[in-house]
Design a protein around this ligand. Structure first.
Ligand code: ADP
Ligand code: TPW
Ligand code: MG
Length: 585
């Protein structure tokens, strides 16, 4: 039982514990040993005590980045990443990351301190007053409030299960400050803790469902496998590889599934994306939603209407038929489904016609050759291709380096140019295409894996999270940030269409010295204008492991409006006539 302040002083009785320490013990009992944190009332001491109790507490400059870091930790480890914030504004800053985690199906837990319940509920104006639980609900997979110290064990267990079981997502845990100070007898407290057994149980599809899928595969003339970040998350790397190789089907990795099988694998059809999407007749989706990133499975990108049959592997049954009919739904985890398919394939002829494989291969080779030429240029100013050609070679030589990537052109071009060779070695803007995830992702990748990290950042993208370079320096993390500095969003040569003296809406200060931000905190800053200088600077950073920011000057005229997704911009019927500067996207 929890005791109130008025009861006998705890020291007078046997050994005691309190809400702070039960919370720390509950996390540690469940192998959660890192907290991504921003301190303040009422959780400042919770962070201190967690550090004192041997947890890794990484304190950020802004909760959004602590939250993104926690969510990326969840993606990389299959355990919920934990973010801790103060009430109201800190909570709201962290909530963006919870919503983003839920959208990406990544497990995380946001733990926010909250103010006095009675005062909040009567709207009497408490310090940082806000009804956080109610606000969090629509943005996350589950939300709970912990009112009593004796419930901490159960609450943490519930939060962990909600985050990782079924389709993973973000969980909110509301911690009224007063709960942290509640006192319990230590032995009694220990008995309330819960060790979560098998938090994300494997889920195998039925024999019928497997048979149905094999029938569809047997009829395939031009099959394709699409690998998504759900497959990368599942960590069944060997089974997925065995399945893909046994089928012999071309595979297309979604951006964060790059490296699940190496991009250089002979079956990789990334360089023949348009061909395989348009011409395939059977598509096996493995942990990838048929959402906007795949044009909802419809339209000209997908060829003739009705020309496809889909097999879809997903942990979430509701995902089936979300956009198009699924001929063979396989509800389960990627590993179990791939294993069952592998076994089910025995004795069946599912080999694809050689002509299809040759066609895909030839298309991919031709496109890669075309690209190779563009990557070796010495244009001044440097363009995206020349800069990314350098980074591509570095990652090929140092494939353990984890690549973080955000921006528009910087994202789209890096995604197609920089090959990834190992699973979960690329982290990017995810399903929302969110800007500002870069530094949180880089920090989490470094903390969770110990590997070198190369963050390839548009200058705008970097601006959303740039202050976290201080965090990188403070924890002395081996992160090399390359800012693709084209002086703006998409391009750096925009004009003010009203003709006034204000800058255009999409441009930044010209030739800004982002490198000096890293220097300001004791890291290494380098400004480069050529592919050679870029190569030297990045190699030096990866060799030394010192926090480094390479400010790479990129041609302000090289980018496209919105990168590859300019078609999503709404069009104005009057713009073409009114503004001579307006160009059709
Ligand atoms: P991408 O953006 O790479 O195409 P999505 O995020 O759209 O991938 O899709 C990921 C899908 O993977 C989600 O529908 C999610 O339910 C599913 N998923 C998550 N974890 C697993 C798992 N362990 N096994 C199977 N499916 C999973
Ligand atoms: C949270 C909208 C999409 S891409 C982008 C913005 C602002 C920046 C592109 O410029 P960058 O890259 O990074 O310099 P480049 O190479 O093309 O110049 N707010 C959020 N998320 C998104 N996606 C936006 C705004 C956006
Ligand atoms: Mg830019």
């Amino acid at each position: 039982m929890a005791m109130s302040d008025t009861e006998t002083a705890p020291e007078a009785q046997g050994e005691v514990t309190d809400g702070f320490h039960l919370l720390i013990d509950a996390l540690k009992l469940n192998d959660i040993n890192t907290i991504y944190n921003v301190p303040g009332i009422p959780i400042t001491d919770l962070g201190r005590y967690a550090q004192a109790q041997g947890m890794r507490v990484i304190s950020f400059r802004h909760e959004q980045h602590a939250g993104y870091a926690a969510s990326v930790a969840g993606f990389l480890t299959k355990k919920p990443g934990v973010c801790m914030t103060v009430s109201a504004p800190g909570f709201l800053n962290g909530l963006t990351a919870v919503a983003n985690a839920t959208t990406n199906c990544w497990p995380m837990i946001l733990i926010s301190g909250s103010s006095e319940r009675e005062i909040v509920d009567l709207a009497q104006g408490d310090y940082e007053e806000m009804d956080q639980l109610a606000i969090a609900r629509p943005f996350c997979k589950a939300a709970y409030r912990l009112n009593h110290a004796e419930d901490i064990g159960i609450a943490i267990a519930r939060a962990i299960r909600s985050a990782v079981s079924g389709r993973p997502g973000g969980v909110y845990l509301d911690i009224p400050g007063s709960m942290l100070g509640q006192v319990m007898d230590a032995a009694e407290g220990a008995r309330t803790l819960v060790k979560v057994i098998d938090p994300a149980p494997r889920q195998t599809p039925t024999a019928d469902a497997i048979e149905r899928a094999i029938e569809v595969m047997k009829g395939a003339e031009r099959p394709l496998i699409v690998l998504g970040k759900g497959a990368a998350y599942d960590q069944s790397d060997e089974v997925v590889r065995a399945f893909v190789e046994k089928t012999g089907y071309p595979f297309l990795p979604m951006s964060m599934a790059k490296g699940l099988l190496p991009d250089t694998h002979p079956q990789c059809a990334a360089a023949a994306r348009s061909t395989v999407l348009k011409e395939s007749d059977v598509v096996i989706m493995m942990g990838a939603r048929i959402n906007w990133l795949l044009s909802h499975g419809k339209g000209k990108q997908w060829g003739e209407p009705g020309s496809k049959r889909f097999v879809q592997i997903d942990i979430s049954a509701e995902e089936m038929d979300s956009n198009v009919e699924i001929a063979a739904p396989l509800v389960g985890d990627v590993g179990s489904c791939a294993r069952a398919l592998l076994d089910g394939m025995d004795g069946h002829d599912i080999a694809p016609p050689v002509a299809w494989l040759e066609k895909v291969h030839a298309k991919a080779e031709a496109n890669m050759e075309k690209m190779a030429g563009r990557l070796r240029n010495n244009n001044v100013p440097m363009d995206y291709h020349a800069a990314l050609g350098v980074l591509k070679d570095i990652i090929t030589d140092q494939p353990d380096t984890i690549v973080v990537n955000e921006g528009a052109n910087t994202l789209d071009m890096a995604r197609s140019i920089v090959n990834i060779h190992k699973p979960r070695h690329r982290i990017d803007v995810g399903t929302w295409g969110v800007m500002g995830i870069g530094m949180g992702a880089a920090i989490a990748a470094s903390i969770e894996t110990g590997n070198r990290v190369l963050a390839i950042e548009g200058d705008s993208a970097f601006g959303f999270c740039g202050m976290e370079v201080e965090t990188i320096c403070r924890y002395d993390l081996p992160i090399c940030v390359v800012v693709f500095n084209n002086n703006g969003i998409y391009r750096g040569d925009g004009e003010n269409w009203g003709g006034g003296s204000d800058p255009a809406t999409t441009v930044f200060v010209k030739d800004a010295r982002y490198d000096r931000m890293m220097e300001a905190f004791g890291g290494v800053g380098v400004r480069v204008e050529t592919p050679d200088a870029l190569k030297r600077a990045v190699l030096e950073a990866l060799e030394s492991g010192r926090p480094t920011l390479v400010n790479a000057a990129i041609d302000p005229a090289a980018g496209k409006e919105s990168g590859n997704i300019g078609n999503l911009n709404p069009q104005s019927v009057v713009a073409q006539a009114r503004y001579p500067q307006a160009k059709k996207n």
